[in-house]
Ligand binder design. Sequence first.
Ligand code: ADP
Length: 226
Amino acid sequence: MIYFDKVSKKYPNESLALQDINFSIAHNEFVSIVGHSGAGKTTLLKLLLAEEKPTEGSVFFESVNVHELHRNDVTKLRRRIGMIFQDFRLLPDKTVYENIAFAMEAAGRSDDEIAFDVPHVLELVDLNNKAWDFPGHLSGGEKQRVAIARAIVNQPDIIIADEPTGNLDPVNTYEIVQILKKINDIGTTVILTTHNKGIIDLLGKRVITMEGGKIIRDDASGKYVL
Ligand code: ADP
């Protein structure tokens, strides 16, 4: 589904962020990417989202080179990828329901679809009772559950969760990991970046370890060994 073929990335200031990166991710995999700050994780995700271009090599999404797509097709590609961030990125002046509905409107979905799908994803993250609350009234864990609901509501093929538990306590971290597993179980590919060793051990799924712009380990059922 995703294939990085001999990818290197040098930024204009000559810093070599990625060096000869080769890996693939199959449909419905759950892959964690770990590595110290500066290892190249963010750059790798930006190349997949066509936010940056590789200096060498190619990035394929279902046999299509994402860096040869026209602008409209880049927008379509990004719609197939749901994003979750450490800092949630919810709209503070919209309710939980409206935050999710807004993502559906932006994707051109109809009012009927919105009325049907929003309660459904809220159910999935167990937040139906918070539909009319504003983000400012939610705990960190609840905010991240809203962000997950928003990321999955347009039924993306892939979820990228970039340090999703970086601001959460262990109980909420556990809950978020369980929800990501559930999303993976119902057929969505999940790519997770994390510094949290506990999560990796809890998941028992594939782990790609990066250091200095290179992949130094790729373990099918990995442990965090930095
Ligand atoms: P990580 O996400 O693992 O912390 P990054 O991909 O952000 O790593 O960074 C990898 C390397 O590329 C680092 O040395 C960083 O300083 C450099 N880098 C990242 N973004 C830029 C940029 N926009 N311009 C120049 N150098 C960058």
